[in-house]
Design a protein around this ligand. Sequence first.
Ligand SMILES: *[C@@H]1O[C@H](CO)[C@@H](O)[C@H](O)[C@H]1NC(C)=O
Ligand SMILES: *[C@@H]1O[C@H](CO)[C@@H](O)[C@H](O)[C@H]1NC(C)=O
Ligand SMILES: *[C@@H]1O[C@H](CO)[C@@H](O)[C@H](O)[C@H]1NC(C)=O
Ligand SMILES: *[C@@H]1O[C@H](CO)[C@@H](O)[C@H](O)[C@H]1NC(C)=O
Ligand SMILES: *[C@@H]1O[C@H](CO)[C@@H](O)[C@H](O)[C@H]1NC(C)=O
Ligand SMILES: *[C@@H]1O[C@H](CO)[C@@H](O)[C@H](O)[C@H]1NC(C)=O
Length: 512
Amino acid sequence: MSSTSTIVLRLGLLLLCSWSLLPDGRSLVAAATPVPPIRAVNLGGWLLTEGWILPSLFYGIPNNDTLDGTQLQFKSVVQNRYLAAEQGGGGAIVSDRTQASSWETFRLWRINETTFNFRVFGGQFWSVDGTGAVVATATTPGPSETFQIVRRNGDLSRVRIRAPNGLFLQAKTMQSLTADRGVATDWSDSDPSVFLTTTAGRMQGEYQICNGYGITKATEVLTNHWNTYIKESDFSFISSSGLNAVRIPVGWWIASDPNPPPPFVGGSLKALDNAFDWAETYNLGVIVDLHAAPGSQNPFEHSATRDGTQNWGTTDANIAQTVQVIDFLASRYANRTGLLAIELLNEPWAPGATLSSLKKYYQDGYNAVRRHSSTGYVIMSNRLSIEDPTELLQFASNFSSSVLDVHYYNLFESKFTNFTVQQNIDFVKNNRSSDLNAVTRKNSFPLTFVGEWVAEWDLQGASKEDYQAFAQAQQNVYGGATFGWAYWTLKNVNRAWSMEWMMKNGYISVKS
Ligand SMILES: *[C@@H]1O[C@H](CO)[C@@H](O)[C@H](O)[C@H]1NC(C)=O
Ligand SMILES: *[C@@H]1O[C@H](CO)[C@@H](O)[C@H](O)[C@H]1NC(C)=O
Ligand SMILES: *[C@@H]1O[C@H](CO)[C@@H](O)[C@H](O)[C@H]1NC(C)=O
Ligand SMILES: *[C@@H]1O[C@H](CO)[C@@H](O)[C@H](O)[C@H]1NC(C)=O
Ligand SMILES: *[C@@H]1O[C@H](CO)[C@@H](O)[C@H](O)[C@H]1NC(C)=O
Ligand SMILES: *[C@@H]1O[C@H](CO)[C@@H](O)[C@H](O)[C@H]1NC(C)=O
């Protein structure tokens, strides 16, 4: 090295040192963590399973069409009527409905590949009463609530159901379902113990994959997934693509790694540790995102719910347990230069998640982060399905370095169904920008974060140029978020949902 370049280098180091304390007290070492505005990508489907992102993860589960939360409807071939829980639960199961809706839909709790509890709309479980009739009165399932689905040649669409007493259920009349058929079946339309099955819904989240495989096999499948799906090379790619952070969804059981409560399996914590190592190598910030809270904060598979039931926030103990998870994550990662933010909760769903329970949790969760980190950003998500997206603004403004997360998809609502390319783009330019403005404050916390968006729409057959224009319009608008944005998601079998695919194929480019 020539002496001139040595001097230049020294001068550079000197400058770095003299700037090493930023006005807000954060050191330049910490400034290796990117500062807002953040341009991030979500690492969805990695440490928290969502089957639609990578369906093949579920291929090895025997009878993978009857996982926890699968919604089944049964039609008696003899009565030509659907089974129903009278009043939605609390009484008899009958066989007299011509159409199937919520009272005619039963959610599975899986014991093993052939054995299940059947949960009715009101939350009760099927059992057989003293007269041999099937009723939905049990509030917790035990051996008496355990039934077997027997398929014709492995086919779920034509089944018999064996009761705990060993006999098959039959619909001898429309007004009853009784556990009293012992004879074999020819599967014909004249057998009152034969039912046609319709699947009305499925879930493929963490609960389903873990309970579907069972602990041993699930540990093997998920460990392999954690080690192969996202690797150091992905962080290198992300960093070289103009992005400066990753948002990593995790589930609450990560805090009890390596021995989480069943059916969850341990090992994801090691993968998160790796993510921090790689993020620091490539100067990326990490947003640790509690995406699945104990009890499930929304009815979707990504909250790790067993059957779509949402119980998060209904007791103080549950909130305290969730704060413990945040405390754990904050204590483990607060000193890492890669830590950019902790997101307290993803997509709480109203009305189940009440505003008052959410505020209590955000207050306590914020304090938990601050016990370990005086400067890290703390992200609070807006509730989904609310009228007023500003409902948390005033509250969040009380907290230093707070961030409000809003998710913008031109999907999932009927108003988008027939939108043209231009209507989609105009909606982003006009409506989303005004939505974002409404929650973005000048010179005050919370900062705003569009923590999920995607260049996908209901539109079929759009051209590459259409996608490019849509992606660019969104970047332009979401670039106005004061904390930044994160694309959903890095990898996905559906290509528009894969930012990696969109970037590698020239659909999206990000200017750093
Ligand atoms: C179940 O696994 C098979 C492969 O074994 C796959 O073809 C099928 O799509 C899976 N079904 C579901 C519901 O995931
Ligand atoms: C499923 O569980 C039931 C009830 O515990 C048991 O009788 C049955 O043998 C189990 N089947 C399999 C395939 O493990
Ligand atoms: C983080 O750093 C502080 C200050 O250096 C230290 O007191 C604390 O023990 C560290 N915490 C962890 C979890 O390493
Ligand atoms: C903000 O904090 C103050 C002081 O702790 C409290 O009195 C006030 O109720 C808080 N405001 C909101 C909107 O939560
Ligand atoms: C979309 O267009 C179809 C066909 O014209 C129409 O039947 C449907 O009602 C429209 N949906 C909405 C939400 O506007
Ligand atoms: C978008 O905003 C405009 C202007 O406020 C409004 O008239 C329009 O209904 C909005 N579009 C949708 C689809 O909500």
